[in-house]
Ligand binder design. Structure first.
Ligand code: S3P
Length: 424
């Protein structure tokens, strides 16, 4: 599996703040990460690609970012946008963020609110959307902020702003989300503590004006990318495959537990640590899946995996019920309605609720398709495109994906890997 997208973004951003050379291997060279790299270059860092996945970064020092001379083009990437807004918030610079049609629909108010409390100033498009221009504050004001939505991007934006802010910045996280920022901030030398309360609430405190030491970072494989091949292996009869280098950080890996609860045969081989993160190879075999009710408490640890879980559910025996998925409506597309429409065209039995999907599976029979054919709309959303490609493998009439270009944002080698597997 190619490198983890979340960790790749963060390794470039933090490397760009450390004086000296940070070397990253296993970096994901997807378009989203390239958007982050271009923006950090535009703000003063020297970033060089050496060989496949091996990059060298010479940073400017915490607080040393420069004013970009042009608008920062974030492409399709919400993570680049929100985390970089955090970085800019605590620098005396003005930056304009622009993005594609999907990104320009996505809410930025969730980062504007806390960053404005820290002193940054914003002019956003209606609804708190891109294009937006912000002016950072130096010095910014440390805040204590309780996250109103379970979002690693919002948490990370505040922590990144806190890096160049005097005093202690505190983020209170009632529901744990991916913790790559916390792990990597510590790795670079920031003073960061996490207190876990009895009810699971995490209180994250970061001391600002940190001194960063450059790092060597090995990026583990992306579990969100592996997810497509795990489900393909489970639903295509005769499958028996090993997916190498899958990151299994507990704040990311709930899909694999849910699939096991459904009867999926997924075995971990050679569990090890890569770049401070748990990693294993996954041995996956075709399995008879059974529908379940997915506990909404696991949503943050598999927030990007619901589109492909819906595909697994469509092939399972019985009913799968999901809820608590409001956040899916503001991802690269409205993933609840996009997956309902696409799976229905592929012949699945799907009901949309306000916060989830209810799916009655085929019990392992291929999806039948519908008379009008299954030409599905991806809405500039890589995960919709890849999920439906996998559904096509388990459908009688096949699925036609209208636009595969978005796949390159997160998983440029997806199509080649899938073709290789099918040929094998
Ligand atoms: C990400 C956090 C999640 C996830 C996104 C990557 C990150 O977004 O959906 O793909 O790298 O922090 P939210 O913070 O909006 O949940």
């Amino acid at each position: 599996m190619p490198g983890d997208k979340s960790i790749s973004h963060r390794s470039i951003m933090l490397g760009a703040l450390a004086v000296g050379e940070t070397r990253v291997t296993g970096l994901l060279e997807g378009e989203d990460v390239l958007s982050t790299a271009a923006a950090m270059r535009a703000m003063g860092a020297t970033i060089t690609r050496e060989t496949d996945g091996t990059w060298s970064i010479h940073g400017v020092g915490v607080g040393g970012l420069l004013q970009p001379s042009q608008a920062l083009d974030m492409g399709n990437s919400g993570t680049s946008t929100r985390l970089l807004m955090g970085l800019v918030a605590a620098h005396a610079i003005t930056a304009t963020f622009v993005g594609d049609a999907s990104l320009s629909q996505r809410p930025m108010g969730r980062v504007i609110d806390p960053l404005a409390q820290m002193g940054a100033d914003f002019t956003a498009s209606p609804g708190g959307r891109l294009p937006l221009t912000m002016r950072g504050a130096a010095p910014a004001v440390p805040i204590e902020y309780r996250l109103p939505v379970a979002s690693a991007q919002v948490k990370s934006a505040i922590l990144l702003a806190g890096l160049n802010t005097p005093g202690i910045t505190t983020v209170i996280e009632p529901v744990p989300t991916r913790d790559h920022s916390e792990r990597m901030l510590r790795g670079f030398g920031a003073e960061l503590t996490v207190e876990v309360e009895r009810d699971g609430t995490r209180i994250i405190r970061l001391r600002g004006e940190a001194e960063f030491r450059p790092q060597r970072i090995v990026v583990p494989g992306d579990p969100s990318s592996a997810a497509f091949f795990v489900v393909a292996g489970l639903i295509v009869p005769g499958s028996d495959l090993v997916i190498e280098n899958v990151g299994l950080n507990p704040t990311r890996a709930a899909l694999f537990d849910v699939l096991r609860q459904m009867g999926g045969q997924i075995e971990e081989l050679d569990r090890r640590e890569v770049g401070g993160e748990p990693v294993a190879d996954l041995h996956v075999r075709h399995s008879a899946l059974t529908g379940i009710t997915v506990d909404p408490a696991v949503v943050p640890s598999m927030v990007d995996e619901f589109p492909i879980l819906f595909v697994a559910a469509a092939l399972a025996q019985g009913r799968t019920v999901t809820s608590g998925l409001e956040e899916l409506r503001v991802k690269e597309s409205d993933r609840i309605s996009a997956m309902r429409a696409a799976l229905a065209l592929a012949g699945a039995t799907v009901t949309e609720t306000e916060d989830g999907l209810i799916i009655d599976g085929t019990g392992g029979e291929p999806l039948p398709g519908t008379p009008q054919g299954a030409r599905v709309t991806t809405h500039l959303d890589h995960r919709i495109a890849m999920s439906l490609a996998v559904a096509g493998l388990a459908s009688r009439a096949g699925v036609e994906v209208d636009d595969t270009r978005p796949i390159a944002t997160s998983f440029p080698v997806f199509e080649g890997l899938l073709e290789g597997l099918v040929a094998a």
